[in-house]
Design a binder for this molecule. Structure first.
Ligand code: NAD
Ligand code: DAU
Length: 337
């Protein structure tokens, strides 16, 4: 595809912002419109480096706002990459309403606009969490969905709604399901940035339960490259797992972070487990790899660089941690310091 006008939703968040930057570098891209509601997780500071790019346009708005979305589509959109979502499992356990509005209803509003105006590709960014937990082995894309927290259940709704628009209306939809991302500009509510910034502030690291839950980690840039690859190579109506092939227990990962900062394991504070905490996520991404995609960033290198980034960019995360986040932290973790 050439001379593309792309609508990226949720492009002021962690992964979406990296994707916006990647898309702007592509010669086949004429314009990138970033539509983002700027919830607590959206941060315009992340996009400062591209603000002046003539190919870039920002619109503050909600994907569930049908009349705004209609106006955006009226001006012609070739491709949609939908990153917009409420994304934090613990917040979904506290209150799920916004998850249902954005991760299900918002996806429907986007799909309806795509159907009315016609587009060349709709990429729905789903998650490996839709499969739920697996004790051994890994899920392929044909495994049944068994989401088990309000976040993943909402994402499963958006995931299957997107597929239904392919099956029912032949809308050119591709669904991606990626594992846990890490890298610069991640909101400090998620494990890695929370623990790294706590370590930098000499605060304890609140590890849930026995710390033996397992996750597969992928660098955000590898994830974005995989999504871009699928905009070109992904078959309509198909779903693709995207894995880092780097599975760790939370405890091992926490120790790696502490080692990097020469801190003692006594910095770990075991806390009450997350309700319904999925024990292990594992996906098989051979469908994607068979198309020719490979990840590029080894975990140890990516983690070191990410830690360094948080060390050097306190101006990005300190205002977050000492602003809105304080109240959430208190509610979620109590008096841990
Ligand atoms: P994030 O929380 O950092 O960013 C989400 C962005 O979406 C924010 O900028 C927010 O303002 C925006 N947003 C929220 N509701 C909106 C709405 N109604 N309308 C418009 N914008 C809205 O999230 P992230 O970690 O970058 O995740 C991006 C996508 O990738 C999500 O769909 C998530 O489910 C998926 N995903 C994330 C991971 C991960 O490890 N972070 C892994 C797999 C899939
Ligand atoms: O697997 C993909 C998913 O990864 C994405 O779809 C989600 O948007 C993203 O948030 C992430 O979900 P997780 O729940 O796996 O990520 P989180 O960073 O919240 O937690 C990772 C693991 O660390 C999990 O087992 C819970 C644990 N944890 C997390 C936090 C925030 C702790 O032990 N303590 C914590 O304070």
């Amino acid at each position: 595809m050439n001379n593309l006008k792309i609508l990226v939703t949720g492009g002021a968040g962690f992964i979406g912002s990296h994707f916006v930057k990647l898309a702007l570098k592509k010669s086949e891209v004429r314009q990138v419109i970033n539509l983002d509601k700027l919830t607590y997780a959206g941060n315009p500071a992340t996009l400062k480096p591209v603000e002046e790019d003539p190919k870039y346009q920002f619109i503050k708005g909600d994907i569930a706002d049908a009349s705004l979305i209609d106006t955006v589509f009226k001006n012609g959109i070739d491709m949609v990459v939908n990153f917009a979502a409420e994304t934090h499992v613990d917040r979904s356990i506290q209150e799920a309403g916004d998850f249902i509005k954005t991760d299900i209803q918002g996806v429907w509003v986007l799909l309806e606009a795509c159907r009315r105006y016609g587009i060349k590709k709709f990429i729905q960014i789903s998650t490996d969490e839709v499969y739920g937990s697996i004790a051994e082995g890994s899920f392929t894309e044909t495994a049944p969905l068994m989401p088990s927290n309000p976040y993943s259940a909402s994402k499963a709704g958006g995931d299957r709604l997107a597929y239904s628009y392919w099956k029912t209306y032949q809308l050119p939809v591709v669904v991606t399901r990626c594992s846990n991302n890490y890298g610069p500009y991640q909101y400090p509510e998620k494990l890695i940035p929370l623990f790294v910034t706590n370590a930098l502030e000499n605060k304890k690291l609140p590890l849930y339960g026995d710390g033996l839950n397992r996750r597969d980690w992928i660098h955000v840039l590898d994830h974005c490259e995989a999504v871009w690859f699928l905009t070109e190579k992904g078959e309509n109506g198909e779903t693709y797992n995207i894995a880092g092939r780097n599975e760790l227990t939370n405890l091992v990962l926490t120790r790696m972070i502490l080692d990097e900062f020469n801190l003692d394991p006594s910095m770990i504070q075991p806390v009450k487990d997350r309700p319904g905490h999925d024990r292990r996520y594992a996906i098989d991404d051979s469908r994607l790899r068979k198309l020719g995609w490979t990840s590029q960033i080894p975990f140890e290198k990516g983690l070191k660089e990410t830690l360094q980034w948080y060390k050097e960019n306190t101006a990005w995360w300190e205002p977050i941690k000492h602003g809105e986040f304080k109240q959430y932290y208190q509610q979620q973790y109590g008096a841990i310091s």
